[in-house]
Every structure is written in C-alpha cells, then in structure tokens.
Unconditional design. Structure first.
Lengths: 483, 480, 96
C-alpha cells in the first residue's frame, strides 16, 4: 500500500520503527498528488499541486507528528507562502509570518505540505466560490466536497494528504468531512489559537484537523491546542493528550438528540442510519440515548447570517489594495482605487456577505439586526448550557443531506445557507463538535456524517464516544477505498 | 454684540508606554518609515490585538486623576472607516463602555476658578501617517505610528472663552505629566487637540451649530483658532447668515480657519464590540489602590505651597506647573530651611527660569541641584557674598557647570567684606576725598550718603557688604 | 432594501458593482434580510448580548519590546511602494 494511504499514527509507527524515511513519505505523497489531484476526475483539492514546497524544521524525532506531512487550508498563514483565501484580492500576498498552529506543527516535526482549496474567504458550504474553480468530491466528482474546507477534506479522503488543517465558522470543517467521509473536529472556541487564521467571523472561527480517523484527529488536536499569548481569545487551559481517552468505555454516557434537529430532517436515509442506526450502535456500547430540546434552534441560521457577515464585513475591510494583494492599477483617485480593487477583487458571495454585514451594522439598523442577533445568540448558548446539565454529549446528523451536485445550490444563496443548519449552533455557542463517518447512503453510496457536540473544553468526551462508535462500525474503513 | 460661546475640547494624549497598545512594537519617534511594524499594527490578515497592561494602567491613572469613574465593564469597539493610514479598515477604540466616565478639572483664569466637566476618557489606537506633499500624484503611507496608544479625553461643552480653553490644556498637561502618564509635548505629537465651537445670542436660545476645528498644533493655536472662530461665527450671525455645521482647518500661517474643500459626509462608523478582545474590569480595591498611589496633583500641591510657605498664588502657580520644577523647589526649601521658602521661590522663578528661557532648556538639562541652590542661598544669607554678585557671578557657573558656590566664590575672590574695620577704612578714605559730600549730608541731603556708599563699593571692587556699608557710612557721617 | 440603500451600503463598504450585478444582489440580499427578520419574534427582554462565547476577561500582554518585522521583502511585493513607503493615489483633502 502506498505510504500516502497511511494514517498519521500508522506513519508515526513506521518512523519509530525506522521502516520508512521522510524522503519515502514525501515521494509517495508527491506522486499521489501529481497523479490524482488533477486527473480526469478534476478533484483539484490543492492549489499549485505541481509546485509544493515542503516546510520542515528540526524537531524531536520521538514526536508523534515527526515527519508527517500536513496540508493546510489557504486561509492559514505559512511564512513565505502565497496565502490567498482562494480570492483574487489576495493574489500576490506572501505571508511574512507563520500562524501559531503552523509553528506548533513545525515544532512538533510535522511537514507543512501544500495549500488546499476553499470557498473564497471561507464563505460557502460547497467549495464552489473559490477563484481557482471548485474542488470536487473524490467519492463522486460530480458532487461538491462541501465547504469551506473542501480542499482539505477532499485531499484526506482521496489520500493525497495524510491529514489536513481546516477552519470552521459555521460548519466548514465538519460538513466537508461529512460529505467526503472523513473525520473533522471544530474545537471549543478558544481551544486553538486563531493567530494567523485569516479571519472570517472572529467570534465564531476555529482551526481544526481533518483526518482519516478519530485517532489521527486526537493526535493532531493535542499538538495544535493550547494557550497562545498572541490571541486574546485563546483560553489559558492546558491541552491534554487526547489520545489517552481512546478506547475507554462509554458505558453510562448520556447522549441527547435535539428534537428540533430531528423534526426538520427530511432525508429518510439519514434518519434511518444517523439517528436510528447510530442510536442503536451507541446503546449497544452502553450509552443511553434520549431526546432533548434546544428550543431556539430555529433561529440559529437567522442569528448566524447576521453575526457572521457583520464581523466578516469588518474583517475584510483591510483588503483595500493599499499594502498587499490586488490593486486595480488604472484608478486615479483613492475612492476609485478602493471601490475598483474591492469590486473586482472580491467574488460575488464575498460581496454579498460584506453588503449584508455592512447593512446589519449600519446606523439605524444596528439595534434591530446585530444587537438583536447577539441577544438571541445568548439564548442559543443557554439552550446548550441547559442541555449539558443532563447530557454528556449531543448527537445529530452533520448535514441535512449527503453531498449535493455541483451547481445545484449556487443560484439561491439562501438555500445554500440553510444547508448549514446542523452545524452553525455549535459555533454560536462556542461548543466543540466533531463529525465522523456515520453511515453510507443506500441510494448513492455517499458518506453520511454523524456529529457529536460536547461541553466547552470537553473534547475528551467527544473523542471517547467518536472512537467507540468508529471502532464498532468501521465506516471509515468501509469508505476507505475511494473509487 | 457679545454672543454666548460654547466650547468643547477633544484631546488625544499619547500614553507613555514602551510599546504600542496592541503589539510589542516600540513606540519611537523619528524612525525610518515602516520599521516599527509587525503583522498586528500593519493590519496583516490573521494578526490579532492583545492589550498592553501598562497602557491600561496609565489610562486608568489618568482617568482617576481627572476624577473620572472607571466603567464597570470596560470594552473595546471597532470604529469602521476606510483611509490609507488605517491598516485594518477600522480603528480599535471604545464606544459605550470607556475606561473612564465623567470626571472634571478646574481651570483658573484671572483669579476665577471654573469647573470643567469631562464626558469621558477612553483608550484607542493611533493611525499611521500620510505624506501628501512629496509627490504630485501620490500620497505616501508610513505605519510606524499605527497602534500607538492614545487616551482620548473629551470635555462637556463647559468652556466659554479661548482663555479658558488655553488654561484647560495647560492644567491637563501638568496633571498628566505629574502622574507620568504622558509628556504631552505637542511638538512631538504627544498631544493633539480638536475644538468644537458654537455661539448664540441669548442664554434662552438653543445651542448654535457646532463647528469642529482641526489642525491645531500648539496650545497658542488652540486659543487663536477659537478666538478667530468666535469672531467669524458672531459676524456671520450679525449678517443674518446661517452657520454651517462642518469641520474647518486652522491655518496657522494665515491665522484663520477655512472650510475643507471636500463635501462633508456624515460618517457611519458602524461601531460594534471588538470580537478579538475580551472585556476588562477593575475591582473597587484596585481602583482605591491606584487612586491612593497617585502623587499629589498640581492643584493640590499649589494650594499646599500657598498654605505651607505663604507663597503668592502667582508664584505657586508657576512653581507647580511642572512636577520636576515643584520637586526641585521643595527639595531646595527643605535644605535651605522653610523660613526661606519665599526667597528660594524668588530664586527659582527669577534666576532659574530666566536661564531656562534664555537657553531653551529644561531643568533636567542643567547642572543645578537643590543642594547647590541652597548652598548659594546660604552664602548670601550669611553675608558672605552680595546678592548681586551671587546672581551675576556665581549663579551662571553653578547652573551651567554644577560648580559648588563656595568654590566659585573663592576662585573669583568674591567674598563679601563685612568686617567693620576694613569697611571703616574705605569709608574714611571716601570721606577724605569728598568733603563737599559730607557738607551736603550735614545740610540735610541724605542721598549724599548713597554717593559715599557707591564710592566704597568701587574701592572694594563690589566686595563690601552694601547694607553694612550704608549703615556705617551714615553712622560715621553723623559723628563727623 | 431599495436601490438607493444598496448603493449607499456599497459605498460604505467601498465596493463597486456593475449595474447587472446590482439588480441581482438587490433581490438576493432582500431575500436574506426577510429571512433574518424572523428574529423579530424572539423576546429578548433582560437578555445580555453575547459578543464572546467564552467568558474570558482581563487578558493582557506585558509592556516589553518585541522585535519588529523587517518588511523589505514585503514592500517589494506591495501593489505600489516608494522607498519604504506604501504609495496610494494622491489624497487631496484631509480626513474628517
């Protein structure tokens, strides 16, 4: 089996036993990327796959990530790399610094290997708004890989990456993980440093790993989590070794299914496998599964589509053509320069969100929109606090459907927004959430994602239950062979 | 026709920390462009702000010294607008939960004391600098200054005359300097001031349209600009013209305000809470601790000096306008004895200030110390040297070179002669050569004695103790 | 949202739209706004707004100088630079 098909922990094991060298691994991966990323299927998970510069630093060879290549989403800063957030407006921006998570990975001996495609500025759930063109789902290239971390999820599923970093603001790690049949976790807000993550919505964003299995996810989170003095919103809570809980029994674990999520689920396949099937599997493992209510769920999308674009509209103001990135060169006046650079540099979805956000914050509308949304957000957070008094984790489908077809939702932005309904609440409440393969669609063989949500800073419980479910059902292995 | 004037002042004070408000770049003056920069103050994608603890403390001290109250929950907000000196496209400032709320300070103009209320004191980051006059087709951006910590202090519209505004700024400066929060040197850009001016005919009328004046580069400019603006608005109203609510710039060279050419658009700053910063709070204990640790403020010091040393209001004002001067004065008095406080005051406000003014120096830039001044004072007090000789011959070397007064006295042979026999010797010489003067004195011309005193001073090369000489001359003349 | 509003918002955001884009956006954004308007139903009396999901407070850094960034390379990649300055079209008026 090619080294590119290994998991992080498998590679790490080979290194420890001296059964492979870094050169071997990079050669195998390079081969995989070159032959598969741009083949007839046009997966295009990577940006510039032909010219990837591996970045590596001297580190303790005993580290579990030593020599492991990790692909990085195009919105996480890597020193001396062109970082564009898949947007024309950032073309030519060479980052002069590393994001903290990148520093942590390098210090742990990992190899930063390649940049993955994404929705422009992370605005999207399908990876179709990238200025480089879409990434396709390796499970079915006519379909989207999900977004916005579509490239990261696709590369891991396609074995053109051992593991990858993504970012999640409203589901951008979890939903593509679900669509591509891999594991993706959005850590608790403040668990992982955001320094060096090009901000979409500052109070919602988190970086997280996208991996082939739960163990790899735990391995990676253990390295990238932790306090960063450069990020005021990063909690000073020590990061444990998350792999220690893997294999622990989940007997007695109380799992809640939010009824509001189930009520709106139209897809029968998902209902049968993700709700009913998963419930049975978890009960067999000794957990108890019950219904719980998160009464303000139906307002989550309303809140999200005010808060996120508002913060984004402000975060994107720095893309003005003055110091870096794209500047429209024929402009004669400052106003021209701003309006044309931003008008031409941003794609349609980016402009839409900026307009939405600017409007929500503008004079006369702030109270009715932004302030109101922030208050309803409190209610949503309170729902979770209440639920976690009685339950250890919550369980839901990751998305209301399996991967949809390219172009299917691009004409109606609102429809695209509503495909996020199961993931956005976790960002609003700041709680951690993980998506793992939970089933395989009977209709089209596509992966279906199962999501667990946990208490703040309790990723350990998420890993415990995910690992137990994964090992009992083996979906990750069943899905392993991508056509 | 005297109109009622309403003035409000907005002052931006640069806080005296080593590094910028949200990053570790040094706050330095005059470096090569774009050198004290980092991803945070450059506004690079992915960079995040972290609040400088020292900046917070300095701002808190200032708010307390200005009698303000810290907000229960202090937070930062984004003020969104586009300009090339604002790298993020928003300024991190404070909107509704500022560091300090309310407060006041007193201004004294021609003996009258007036309380000027403050609206707030809040923290914010400074923008970079733009240079417009180097090239015809472009403007240049230097972000060294971006991220410099500022405290914005806003008054209520309580000021009513340009003199009050001038006094306010001076008092504000002396307070902030005394608590080491800022050097407030307008020339170095430590302090910037905008003024809001409106006029109305009668107290019963609503407030007039407010005009904002910018580009004020000195306290004098503030006074002059407000004076000009009051006149301009008053004359306009007299002509039944309407005042336009606008921003005007002060032209120091032409001594007038003028309207900005561009159409003024109302700014929608779309303030919202800064999500990259967490809220801050100070406990009541911390507030009390900071308040107690504040040094004596200029006004308190002034009042104490008047009480303690019997100084005039004028002298006390001069001596306490600057903390270093006040400390120097008090240390000198401690050494010379508090009975001599007034004399020491005269030395400081006289010879010392004259020297500083002439040489454009600050006290710290000279070599004078309280001990040296006290020593010199004692020489005069003990009649070892005349006051005149002390001022003219010893003081300059003392302040210039830090030389000990006694040493200079001996080197220059300035020791005053007070010994009776020596003096009488010179007096009899003078009398011998001036018989007519003696006759004049005897016939009632008292001023004749002064002529003889002058003669003795000449003979002694200024060393004779003039008071003693006068006493002995008169005594001798009476007995001749 | 009327046509005038969208133009005003676009100006606040310094975005230039083509006429065709404007029309499409108008209807899309109106749609979305009607959707989020549903928040009107929610009673939020006595509820504090959440700007941070974490209840962190008083996070500071110490006042010690950190090395600055050498931006020589960065300036070379800038859209327009003159010596060590970033260069923009001439600004005639001072900002208010």
């Amino acid at each position: 089996m090619s080294l590119s098909k290994k998991t992080v922990s498998e590679l790490s094991g080979l290194y420890q036993k001296n059964e492979c060298t870094q050169k071997d691994v990079l050669a195998a991966l390079s081969e995989a990327v070159k032959t598969k990323d741009a083949d007839a299927r046009k997966i295009h998970a990577y940006l510039n796959p032909a010219s990837i510069t591996p970045r590596h630093r001297k580190a303790d060879q005993k580290s579990p990530l030593w020599g492991v290549p990790i692909a990085v989403k195009d919105n996480i800063c890597v020193e001396n790399e062109e970082i564009t957030c898949a947007s024309k407006i950032l073309k030519g921006f060479i980052s002069p610094y590393n994001a903290t998570v990148v520093e942590k990975l390098l210090n742990a001996g990992a190899v930063i290997y390649g940049r993955t495609n994404m929705d422009e500025f992370a605005f999207g759930s399908s990876c179709e708004t990238s200025c480089y063109g879409p990434t396709r789902n390796p499970r079915d290239p006519e379909r989207v890989p999900g977004g916005s971390s579509g490239g990261s999820a696709a590369s891991v599923a396609d074995h053109t990456a051992i593991a990858a970093l993504g970012s999640d603001t409203g589901g951008s790690i979890r939903q593509p993980a679900a669509f591509c049949g891999v594991v993706g976790i959005k850590p608790t807000y403040g668990r992982v440093s955001r320094y060096g993550l090009i901000a979409f919505a500052s109070s919602l964003d988190q970086i997280g790993p996208i991996t082939k299995d739960v163990r790899d996810s735990a391995l990676m989170l253990s390295v990238i989590a932790g306090y960063d003095p450069k990020d005021s919103t990063c909690a000073n809570v020590p990061a444990p070794d998350y792999t220690k809980v893997l294999g622990q029994s989940i007997k007695g674990m109380k799992i809640g299914i939010p009824k509001e999520y189930v009520e709106t689920l139209e897809n029968q396949d998902l209902r049968e496998q993700i709700i009913d099937g998963a419930k049975k599997a978890l009960e067999r493992l000794g957990a108890t599964v019950d219904i719980v209510s998160l009464p303000h769920t139906k307002y989550a999308a309303n809140v999200y589509y005010i808060v996120a674009p508002s913060e984004a509209s402000s975060n994107l103001a720095r893309f003005d053509g003055v110091r870096f990135g794209f500047r429209e060169k024929t402009s004669q006046s400052l106003l021209d320069m701003y309006e044309r650079s931003r008008g031409e540099g941003f794609g349609a979805e980016a402009k839409r969100r900026i307009i939405l956000g600017t409007y929500s914050l503008s004079s006369g509308y702030y109270d009715a929109y932004y302030l109101k949304a922030m208050k309803v957000r409190t209610k949503i957070k309170n729902d979770f606090d209440e639920a976690f008094k009685k339950f250890d984790v919550l369980m839901t489908p990751t998305a209301p459907s399996t991967a949809f077809k390219l172009g299917e939702k691009t004409t109606n932005p609102l429809e695209m927004y509503l495909s996020d309904i199961y993931t956005i609440s976790a960002n609003l409440a700041g709680v951690p959430a993980i998506s793992i393969p939970g089933g395989i669609s009977k209709k089209d063989g596509l992966p279906m994602g199962l999501q667990f949500l946990g208490k703040p800073f309790d990723e350990e419980t998420l890993y415990k239950v995910s690992y137990a479910f994964e090992q009992a059902t083996d979906f990750h292995k069943k899905l392993g062979n991508v056509k | 026709m005297s109109y009622l004037v309403t003035i409000g002042l907005e002052t931006h004070v640069q806080l005296k920390s080593k590094t910028k408000i949200f990053c570790g770049c040094a706050v330095e003056f005059g470096n090569s462009p774009n050198t004290n920069v980092c991803p945070v103050c450059l506004g690079l994608p992915g960079a995040l702000p972290v609040l400088n603890r020292q900046v917070f403390l300095l701002g808190l001290r200032a708010a307390l010294a200005l009698n303000g109250t810290p907000s229960q929950r202090i937070k930062f907000d984004r003020k969104n607008y586009f300009y090339p000196d604002l790298p993020k496209g928003y300024q991190i400032s404070q909107y509704d939960c500022p560091l300090g709320q309310g407060g006041f300070l007193e201004v004294e103009v021609e003996g009258k004391v007036k309380k000027v209320r403050l609206n707030r004191a809040h923290l914010e980051e400074d923008a970079g600098k733009l240079i417009h006059d180097q090239f015809p087709d472009s403007s240049l951006v230097d972000l060294n200054r971006a991220g410099t910590p500022l405290l914005e202090i806003v008054t209520e519209p309580d000021l009513e005359t340009p003199e009050e505004a001038y006094a306010y700024l001076n008092h504000l400066k002396s307070i902030l300097k005394s608590i080491s929060v800022s050097d407030c040197d307008m020339e170095k850009g430590h302090l910037r001031c905008d003024a809001n001016v409106s006029v109305r005919k009668n107290a019963a009328d609503p407030l007039g349209k407010k005009v904002e004046i910018k580009n004020l580069n000195s306290f004098k400019a503030v006074k002059a600009a407000i004076t000009y603006e009051i006149k301009r608005q008053t004359e306009a109203l007299e002509r039944a013209e309407k005042i336009v609510q606008e921003t005007r710039l002060w032209d120091d060279a032409r001594e007038k305000t003028f309207s900005m050419r561009s159409k003024e658009e109302a700014h929608d700053y779309r303030y919202f809470p800064e999500p990259d910063l967490v809220p801050f709070s100070v406990t009541t204990e911390e507030i009390e601790r900071e308040r107690k640790s504040l040094p004596e403020l200029p006004k308190q010091k002034k009042e104490r000096l008047i009480l303690q040393y019997g100084l005039s209001n004028y002298d006390a004002e001069l001596l306490t306008s600057d903390r270093k001067t006040a400390d120097f004065y008090e240390d000198s008095v401690k050494l010379a004895g508090s009975a001599n406080a007034k004399s020491i005051a005269n030395w400081v406000t006289g010879s010392v200030f004259a020297y500083l003014g002439e040489h454009s120096k600050t006290l710290e830039e000279t070599k004078i110390t309280p001990q040296l001044l006290a020593d010199l004072f004692n020489l005069v007090q003990n009649s070892e040297v005349s006051l005149q000789a002390a001022k003219e011959k010893i003081f300059p070397e003392l302040i210039e070179k830090g030389a000990a007064p006694r040493k200079i006295l001996e080197e220059k042979g300035l020791k005053q002669v007070s010994d009776d026999s020596a003096l009488l010797g010179w007096i009899s010489e003078a009398i011998q050569g001036n018989a007519k003067v003696v006759e004049d004195f005897k016939s009632g011309k008292e001023s004749a004695a002064m002529f003889l005193v002058g003669q003795v001073m000449k003979k002694s090369q200024g060393k004779a103790n003039p008071a003693k000489v006068r006493e002995l001359v008169i005594k001798t003349l009476k007995n001749v | 949202m009327s046509s005038i509003d969208l133009k005003h918002i676009a100006h606040l955001a310094r975005l230039r739209f083509k006429e065709e884009e404007l029309k499409v956006f108008e209807s899309q954004v109106s749609n979305i706004l009607s959707f989020v308007d549903q928040l009107k139903e929610v009673n939020v009396d006595g509820i504090e707004p959440t700007s941070h999901p974490l209840s962190l407070a008083n996070v500071f850094r110490e006042d010690s100088i950190q090395p600055s960034l050498n931006i020589d390379e960065f300036l070379k990649a800038a859209p327009k630079a003159r010596g060590r300055f970033f260069e923009v079209p001439k600004i005639i008026e001072d900002k208010s």
